[in-house]
Design a protein around this ligand. Structure first.
Ligand code: IFM
Length: 449
């Protein structure tokens, strides 16, 4: 096999991504902390509990990032800590976040700060969460104004909202997977997506007013939809799913237009959203096969499943399909904005798939960076196993294994591989030696003669 190294450009951002509730521990004032109390909702009836104990000691994990050679990390702020009651702000919580951001910067790690990653303060959830535009959007705007004033000297790379489509679908369409646990509510789902996007738009302007050079974007969860069979109806449903799940968010934030379905029931125009992206984030996990199903009106007469026989990650979380990133990146490249892979990873407790997963996905990323697509960073989900929402602690996404009872971390082989890639050359690089050492079975496909 040919010996080669695929170098990434100097300055490429190599990072990991986390979210407040999943790592901080002790969050007892958001809707998830209430949701978790009812038996049967979280796998094994886990509770988030101490998580990775970041509220007390995120810094120990920042040191681990340094050991891996990372120069970037994406973390989120917990709204319920910063604004524990409607209009009442907790300066001590902001101080703790200042310390975290300083801690990252002092270690040469550039923070990307997410402003909303699935959790809401209880007081907001009690008023309908993201359903009521006039309740939530002005309050989110006020929260962001407070945050940028308090933390703006330490961060100028902002991710307004994480995965508006997933948040809305899991909370209001699929039923029981995430709070508030509603199902089949198409109109609420659409309202929640729209309000999250309008929240993004409001945040974009607030951040730019405070920081003219702020770089503001959003983490968009995209899946590659492909028809299950060659039937025209499966093809049609595939376009519908791609349109709703992947394209609608992009159309709103670039053209200021609700797509046909998103427009249903809209009382606020999307016009002000045009041009509110300085960069776009891709959260990529899986491909889906789509088929027509006339018995599934709640799914808009479609159904999704993984490709029969395809390799899946633990608990059937996702299909392992690195090539699926290409068409999604192509869509994003057309926007002519910097692109970050804001999340990519898999649950893999015994770490037998993650090394190959990393190599295949990073090879794809490198290939597309060669097309001059503006791919500027990769944030692996995640550094240390953490609280995986409804899956509790059983799904292990970390480069480090975590024993939640003892807080002991152990670097997985995939963590060593990530470190070796990040530390190759001036900007990181993937070599045939890495493949030989960590996933030799991939040598013929990743480094053919
Ligand atoms: O853990 C989640 C994260 O909060 C949002 N994106 C997907 C990850 C893995 O499921």
């Amino acid at each position: 096999m040919a010996d080669a190294t695929l170098f990434f450009p100097k300055g490429f951002r190599w990072g990991t991504a986390t979210a407040s509730h999943q790592v901080e521990g002790g969050n007892d004032n958001n809707q998830w902390s209430v949701w978790e109390q009812t038996s049967g909702r979280i796998a094994n009836d886990d509770r988030c509990g101490l998580a990775c104990d970041w509220w007390a000691n995120a810094e120990a994990d920042f040191d681990r990032m340094v050991e891996l050679g990372l120069n970037a990390h994406r973390l989120s702020l917990e709204w319920s800590r910063i604004e524990p009651r409607d209009g009442v702000f907790d300066e001590a919580a902001l101080e703790r976040y200042r310390a975290m951001l300083l801690g990252l910067r002092r270690r040469g790690i550039e923070p990307m700060v997410t402003l909303h990653h699935f959790t809401n303060p209880i007081w907001l959830e009690e008023r309908g969460g993201w359903i009521e535009h006039d309740v939530v959007v002005p309050r989110f705007e006020r929260f962001v104004r407070k945050v940028v004033k308090a933390l703006g000297d330490l961060c100028d790379l902002w991710c307004t909202v994480n995965e508006p489509n997933i948040y809305a679908v899991m909370g209001y369409l699929s039923g029981g997977r995430m709070p508030p646990g509603r199902g089949g509510e198409i109109d609420s789902t659409l309202a929640v997506v729209r309000n999250l996007l309008l929240g993004h738009g409001a945040a974009y302007h607030v951040l730019h007013e405070a920081q003219p050079l702020a770089r503001v974007g959003l983490a968009h969860h995209m899946r590659l939809f492909q028809p299950l069979t060659g039937s025209p109806l499966d093809g049609l449903m595939t376009r519908v799913y791609d349109g709703i799940f992947n394209n609608a968010v992009i159309e709103a934030l670039t053209r200021g237009r609700w797509s046909a379905l998103l427009r249903r029931g809209a009382s606020v125009s999307a016009r002000g959203l045009a041009g509110t992206l300085d960069w776009i984030g891709l959260n990529y996990y899986s491909r889906e096969r789509v088929s027509f199903d006339r018995k599934n009106p709640a799914g808009l007469y479609g159904r999704i499943q993984f490709t029969p026989g395809a390799p899946l990650s633990d608990f059937g979380y996702g299909e392992l399909h690195a090539e699926g990133m290409a068409p999604l990146l192509r869509k994003l490249a057309r926007l002519d904005l910097p692109i970050y892979i804001t999340e990519n990873g898999l649950p893999d407790a015994d770490d037998d798939q993650r090394p190959g997963f990393l190599l295949e996905h990073l090879r794809e990323l490198w290939r597309h960076a060669q097309f001059n697509w503006r791919i500027e960073g990769y944030y692996h989900w995640t550094l240390v196993d953490n609280f995986e929402w409804g899956e509790g602690y059983r799904m292990k996404f970390g480069l480090y294994d975590l024993d939640p009872r003892t807080q002991v971390r152990t670097l997985r082989r995939s963590g060593m591989l990530y470190r070796d890639i990040v530390k190759t050359g001036a900007g990181g690089g993937l070599s045939s030696d890495h493949v030989r050492e960590y996933a030799p079975q991939l040598l013929p496909t990743l480094f053919p003669d």
